[in-house]
Design a protein around this ligand. Sequence first.
Ligand SMILES: [Zn+2]
Ligand SMILES: [Zn+2]
Ligand SMILES: [Zn+2]
Ligand SMILES: [Zn+2]
Length: 672
Amino acid sequence: MSKFLEIPNCALTPMGLHKEALNYSLNAFRETLRYIDSLEYPQRNLKGKEKEFSQFLIDKSNGMLRMYGSAEDLLENVKIYKSFPEHHNCFGSSNEPYQTRPNIYKSLKNENYIAKSDVFVFLQNMILTLFLETSGEECPPSLVFLFAFYLKSRQESMEKCVEYVKFDEKIFEELNNKIIEKVRSAQFSSAKHQELVGEFSKLTLPQIIEKFKRLIPSTLTPNQELILTLHFGNFITGLPARERNEGIAMSYSVASKTLKSLEAVIDENLEMFSPRRQDSKQPITVRVFEDGDQRFVMEEEFKKSIHEKCEGVNDTLIRNTISMENVRSKYKQKIADIEFIRYPITRAKHRATPIQGPSGHTYIPAVDLFFEMMREVILGMRIFQRIKPVHLPMFVQDFNEFSKILYETESPYFIQNDKNIMFAMRIISDSPAKDVRNAKSDGFTVQNLKNELAHLGLTAIFPEIQNYVEKVYSEVDKRKKSDVLRTCDLFDAIEQCQLNCILEILPKLKKFVHSQKGCHRVYGWKCEECAAETPENQDDQKLSILEKELEELKIAHQKILDENQQKSLEIQELQQKNLRLSVKNETNEFKLKQLTDKLAQSKLSIDEGNYSNACTSQLKIQCLICEKSIESGKDQIIRCPLCKRRFHSKCANNWLKEHTECPACNGDLPKF
Ligand SMILES: [Zn+2]
Ligand SMILES: [Zn+2]
Ligand SMILES: [Zn+2]
Ligand SMILES: [Zn+2]
């Protein structure tokens, strides 16, 4: 894999992780987390110290981040959550260098692809690696941010697209070589360098910083201005007085030639970064989302690729999908040239990974939006700890009004998640809500969970909540990540118990969750529709059908085995027969030979004129009249002139007294 996939140390900032964790947590916690001051950060570099920084955030969160588990758990989940192309535009990361390692996606044809928006990340990684390799030092923050802001301004200026480009190591190696070549050729002459040193010696600090900023042709955001002022200020004041102007000039020339080479490389390879042109040789790419056993495309993205209009895209809130099956059957003729990019839908424990939409917004599956919103209501706003039981129907009404975007459909769909979707609630209670208490070091029991629900006041609004405790507890216990149940597991259990209660009150939501295949995500919940689809007796039936099929297969298998055996027996028999026949054949040949020999002998006899002798010596001749043998040489014989048969003369004479014809051939016998 390419070495330019990894984000170099100098580009990873604690602020980046801070913002990601902030966005991963519930909306209700964000204000608190936002006010953790970057001046308090225990470190300036992140690489290798991510866990410490995660712990720092937990410690600073006033206990709010307890529900996310250990520093390691939080880090792991944030990593899943933030890993998507275009991530740098979400979470307010536009003021940070690119922080996220690009994902490589496989196409259905099994080729590697990366998002076009991630090619910028490669450029950043290439120039920072080049800096390290040529100077032997990590790139200072002033230049890291300058380069990143340049790349981000270029990216901003391009038309948004969710296209993908083939990830070919060779192409990226070439891109890197071009950058190196261009940086080298942009080397300042020593005269030019001296001129710069002279120029900087006459400038004030703000003027110098301004000169660096002007290397970026586009307008910087006020935040970016501020960040560059800070970093260049630090850099310049950190230089020893004697080398100050020399150092500034050196840094300026590095910045200048790097930005020039980046500009040239981007301009020469525009198609790697920006939407595909009509006449392009690059394939058209469309993402096929993979979620469990479901495969589907985003309707808008797909239809755009085949130049078909997509109804109802004026509103960016909802994005419908088409199953891959339907894509294949309905659009068979149009998809031959499309490269489908396999895009797995991923979920951290508390949030789904956002997905870039064609309109520039980010989306998550509708069912995830539902669960995330319920978590917001239950653990963030703690609504059910706050409102009085008498107000519950009003909450249900408000929620029903909102939940129109949560409709029943067999196909999955997406809802925009980058705007704060929260339903309007008429009841806003200021009454304080208790905190979930920490679990003991040896975990918590079913009874502890029951006590905690009562302690939080949830039994007042949901008297039936205790009925869910045991099922929820056993599910939480099954899914726990450490040996004992921890505080974060207690949060899960409390959330899940309330979720069960709400779904029981709102049948529409049950149907939605069921149609979006989310039932298994409600711990211990027995969905009636799921049960109707596969009741236990149906399971039994299925099992018995399977068993029957197995039995049949076994019989068929045995039959084949028997047949095989039969065949091999037959073959054996045939072989033996063949053997016997060939033996017989030999015997026959032998006999034949004997016969030919005999024949040869006979011929010999005939030739020698000894025919009768030869015959009489070997064959006993019978008289057909008396049926006694004729002793050759002794008995008097008479021959029939027609058939040449011989008779005793005595018998023939007697025979001729009453007959005139030969007893063998009925021909006339002569009178003797
Ligand atoms: Zn269900
Ligand atoms: Zn006779
Ligand atoms: Zn005769
Ligand atoms: Zn005869």
